[in-house]
Design a protein around this ligand. Sequence first.
Ligand code: HEC
Ligand code: HEC
Length: 159
Amino acid sequence: MKRLKNSAHIAALVLATLAPAGVAMAQETIATLRAGTPLAENAAPHAIAPVRNTDLRQVRNYPEQPPLIPHKTDGYQIDLNANQCLLCHSRTAIEISQAPMVSITHFMNRDNQFLASVTPRRYFCTQCHVPQAEARPLLENGFVDIDQVLEYVSGQEGN
Ligand code: HEC
Ligand code: HEC
């Protein structure tokens, strides 16, 4: 305990002698969700990022991934009365819409039986399919595709 106190003391001394200005600044700019906006004021909110609307189907990161939606979905109704996604993606709609048909898994019930129409458990499309925002990622992401892992492993084996 005594030793701890001493080292804290030393650290404080070092800070105080080396960078008194830095310490003072750090105190003034503590990171908060308000990002420096005075308490009595409201900052202008960031604009909502637009949705990626390229119409280009995107890479799936693993075979079972629900593909990302490459188009806008604003105002597409999905409720008890209507499912506007199926206006383009159902089996009978694709000749006109030229959209990819919902795959066969969307017709399977929990017992793996194929139904004649889309199974209730795949009715609410946006439970699994989402569009992407044109936005900077909030956190860095070190995701590596399995193909890169396999390439790395086979490279190692070669050595
Ligand atoms: C007006 C027709 C239309 C509607 C409505 C529509 N889509 Fe699409 N969708 C398409 C077309 C066409 C494509 C092929 C890529 C493109 O051209 O955008 C597509 C692509 C997709 C894909 C990518 C498939 C893949 O293999 O990469 C998904 C997922 C998807 N749509 C989901 C939805 C969902 C969920 C809704 C409802 C919220 C919806 N779509 C509504 C026409 C439509
Ligand atoms: C429970 C999650 C889930 C729901 C709900 C769901 N999907 Fe999917 N969807 C998936 C998965 C997983 C895949 C990829 C593997 C597969 O085909 O099953 C997929 C694949 C697709 C594809 C690509 C098919 C292909 O052969 O390339 C389209 C298009 C699609 N879904 C549209 C829809 C639409 C439209 C709805 C709503 C009627 C919907 N999905 C509801 C999970 C879901």
